[in-house]
Design a protein around this ligand. Structure first.
Ligand code: ADP
Ligand code: ASP
Ligand code: MG
Length: 452
């Protein structure tokens, strides 16, 4: 039995949901049961919800409430297009109940003028609650035994609102109590991705793009045979198609390669997606919901025996490089510990690190605490920061055994003013940092050299 996760564009409108239904029907015919479906919010809805929260929090309640109405209309129109007869009224009532709650939260926010992370999660979760209700009812209408599951009963998380971490033991127990009996009873469970709740019932979200992660958590929890990520591209591509016009499809990837690509910016997979799959050794497949007959990308423990010199590349923008220099202290033990303690104190992840005799350079993505970090570091070192930097990461299992590949990556980028170069112990990637303005050119050069 498989878990199928459908992203925002794969549930964007009635036609997309009809395609989803046929994809689920095929899987059910093939396996004789399931599948379990995990769905994102309709495309654009999470952005709209967060904009609404910002508007209400800024006192522009009327504008926010107009958006609430538009959202209600969009979901009701979807319901009417997909469901009819006796099932329509109950579905519309469910949609209204969720949107009424949203309306009330937005009004309260307009008065309080301060959006706590906990309130933001209640608002952001509405997108997946609504989409999963509609998909479950649409399945039933199409003759499949869809059954809506409140994902907040199945995914138990920490209380780090807006980027909560699933608690594995509790979530596995909850999934076995809530989802497994439905599968055994021959149903097709439908859960909203991205959302969960703390053990005491507060709604949480797993971070932007987190529905992929939900799909993998559900797949691992119920012991699925495969986790399928249905999206709007043919699979993992050799580069971001928004920058490189004709990237190639990567037919096979190892878990380790996929994790590196996702972590370093390949948006098609949320960075945490691979972990649950690795733990239970469950294959992950990325597929195009507009072309369900395609083979997609298969991700397993083993690298592709027929893979090229590089597997793919990924990039991240809007990074800040922090240079920490201390002629007195770098050689002293304890210096790096002090540096990283500062980042830890402000819960800010560091992506890439390079060192020289007197300095350490790190890149950070999350700028929220940058001022405080610089101040704390300045107590024992000289600190300078440089924004608008980008990271380009070339990934491939063959980099480990063939050093000439890494040398070629750097040589191809000789005209690009590289600020940092890093290859970590896994040696599965080589990562370079450059001014953001140079990124498109660097990507084109690298892509042409290795995939052209
Ligand atoms: P979904 O809504 O289905 O989760 P996302 O927008 O999150 O879809 O991810 C799919 C998008 O990821 C693609 O449309 C593509 O623009 C982008 N993308 C970036 N890098 C890659 C890559 N290496 N391979 C495939 N897609 C990529
Ligand atoms: N809807 C959420 C987002 O847009 C989660 C997801 O789609 O993966 O971030
Ligand atoms: Mg996504």
């Amino acid at each position: 039995m498989v878990v199928q996760k459908f992203g925002g564009t794969s549930v964007a409108d009635p036609d997309a949901v009809r395609r989803l239904i046929e994809i689920a029907r095929t899987a059910r015919a093939c396996d004789g049961r399931g599948p379990v479906l995990v769905v994102s919010a309709l495309s654009g809805v999470t952005d709209a919800l967060l904009t609404m929260a910002a508007e209400a929090g800024g006192g522009r309640t009327d504008g926010a409430l107009q958006q609430v109405s538009r959202l209600r209309e969009r979901h009701l129109a979807m319901a009417r297009a997909l469901v009819s007869d006796g099932a329509l009224a109950p579905l519309c009532a469910e949609i209204d109940a969720h949107v009424d709650e949203l309306d009330a939260v937005v009004r309260a926010l307009g008065v309080r003028r301060e959006a706590s992370p906990r309130t933001l999660d209640v608002i952001a979760a509405m997108g997946e609650l609504l989409s999963s209700r509609i998909v479950a009812a649409a399945l039933v209408h199409a003759g499949l035994p869809g059954e809506w599951v409140d994902a907040r009963r199945a995914i138990v998380t920490s209380d780090d609102h807006t980027r909560a971490a699933p608690l594995v033991r509790e979530t596995t127990a909850a999934l076995r109590a809530v989802v497994t009996p439905l599968i055994d009873a021959g149903r097709v469970p439908v859960l909203g991705g991205f959302i969960g709740a703390t053990a005491d019932g507060h709604t949480t979200t797993l971070g932007r793009g987190g529905s992929d992660y939900s799909g993998a958590i559900v797949g691992a929890g119920i012991g699925a045979a495969e986790i399928q990520i249905w999206t709007d591209v043919d699979g993992m591509l050799t580069a971001d198609p928004r920058v490189i016009p004709q990237p190639r499809l990567v037919p096979r990837l190892s878990f380790a390669e996929a994790a590196e690509l996702a972590y370093f910016g390949a948006k098609v997979l949320h960075p945490s997606t691979i972990h649950p799959a690795v733990e239970r050794n469950i294959p992950v497949r990325i597929l195009n919901s507009r072309k369900p007959e395609g083979a997609g990308t298969l991700i397993t423990a083993d690298p592709d025996p027929e893979g090229g010199e590089l597997t793919a590349m990924a990039a991240k923008r809007d990074l800040t490089v922090v240079d920490i220099t201390s002629s007195r202290m770098l050689m002293a033990y304890g210096f790096l510990r002090r540096v990283f303690e500062v980042f830890e104190r402000y819960r800010t992840a560091v992506d890439v690190v390079t060192t020289s005799e007197v300095s350490v350079s790190v890149t950070v993505d999350d700028r929220r605490h940058l001022d405080a970090i610089v101040e704390a570091l300045s107590e024992f070192a000289e600190v300078s920061i440089e924004g608008e930097m980008a990271l380009l990461c070339a990934v491939g299992d063959r980099l480990r055994a063939e050093p000439a590949i890494a040398a070629r990556v750097v040589r191809v980028l000789e005209e690009v003013p590289l600020r940092m170069i890093s290859q970590a112990a896994s040696r599965r990637n080589i990562t370079v940092i450059m001014p953001q303005a140079d990124l498109p050119h660097a990507m084109h050069r690298l892509h042409e050299e290795f995939f052209g």
